[in-house]
Design a protein around this ligand. Sequence first.
Ligand SMILES: Nc1nc2c(ncn2[C@@H]2O[C@H](COP(=O)(O)OP(=O)(O)OP(=O)(O)O)[C@@H](O)[C@H]2O)c(=O)[nH]1
Ligand SMILES: [Mg+2]
Length: 437
Amino acid sequence: MAIAVSHYDQIAAGTSVPAKLLGQITCPHCWERFAPEQILWISEHIDLLGDPRLGPESQQRFLPSRYTLEGDAIDAKGMTCRNTACPKCHLPVPRCMMEMEPLFLSILGAPASGKSYFLTAMTWQLRRTLPLRFGIDFTDADPVSNRALNDCEESLFLNPEQAEVIPLGGLIRKTELQGELYDTVTYGQQTVSYPRPFLFAMQPQEGHPGGDPARLSRVLCLYDNAGEHFQPGQDSASSPVTRHLSRSQAVLFLFDPTQDLRFRELCGSGTGGSAVQRAARLSRQETILSEAAARIRRHANLSQNAKFDRPVVVILSKLDEWIHLLGSDAADDPWRSQGNLTGVDVEWIERRSAELRTLLMKHSPEIVTAVQAFARDVTYIAVSSLGPRVEVNAGQGLPGIRPRDIQPRWVTVPVLYAISRVLPALVPRLVRREKRG
Ligand SMILES: Nc1nc2c(ncn2[C@@H]2O[C@H](COP(=O)(O)OP(=O)(O)OP(=O)(O)O)[C@@H](O)[C@H]2O)c(=O)[nH]1
Ligand SMILES: [Mg+2]
């Protein structure tokens, strides 16, 4: 049965399960903010094809006037619709984003610094760590939009060739600057290409100590940029590939020590070093950071002297190649439990951060200078997306790994530490209790 009242009237009248809507929704594609009543619905009937923004093959978007009793819109041909879209760019906005605040995190770094491997290992491990250790459910908010990342997770962690040494480049490919990771939208004469977001719902389980789950639930919005996007001149009105930076609650900057000449000379005496891979490229990575800082300042209207007040995590990648430069291993994760509370072990992370900062000051001080000129709250965390068992394939001489040997190190620490800074009720920050008496 169809009724001609608005979805919002129904919610108010309690005719469907009342969900508390946000006052404002943020589109994860074009970052437009809009009121919930402006959201468009995506028609279902196959005759309703053709959208002015997305082209003749796309289902029409529309502002509904009829709804089912369950609160779903009904399209012009009488079909019940399930999916919603942004009023500006018309790209799909999952319905959970009407109820849960977004949490944008930007991952940036030079080409080949390890962003895609890190993102893949991180999301794979978050699926386990968040529900089992932190009492937070972590699920795909939009399986269609997450498909590319799910494929990368399968390639690394569910690879059927478990015992074969697979060249690293064959597991996850370089991120393209155009193509299937982007959506093209037409505004009159102008065509804009948006990077596709990866969206995850984070919802506290019953009994989570932080309190009201509705207040703490978030949609984590992540992007896998190509490193070239962070180079000067690569973000434009027609290709706003890094505009998420200005919405980000925290910035994760990957620094790859194996691309730094001075660091590189020290790599290799460790267990996982691979001369072939390191020979490939060198880059001045502080320029990526300075360019990102300039973009954030521009889009957030921050003056040249003002410091960015959100957390910045400098992630030193490919730890397996240079772990011998540190005093200790990183096999265990820095979590701490107190009673029924599990959180990040702040002292452990900060101790290691100080050690990494000292190392950077010695071998690559420009990075420390550049990040501190921009941000106030900086933490250094070292990760390996593959773990200590990278080897060189005898036949091809290329670095590779047997999928069964992949054991990521500390890959969930940057994101959980960042969340603990912006939302400590969801991911608590724990310090050792003072001894009494
Ligand atoms: N030893 C080691 N190598 C890694 C690790 N992570 C990535 N790599 C290597 O670094 C290369 C580049 O990694 P990607 O994750 O594709 O780099 P990216 O930053 O996404 O690069 P773009 O997509 O070009 O921006 C991979 O092909 C691997 O060879 C790691 O944890 N350890
Ligand atoms: Mg990549």
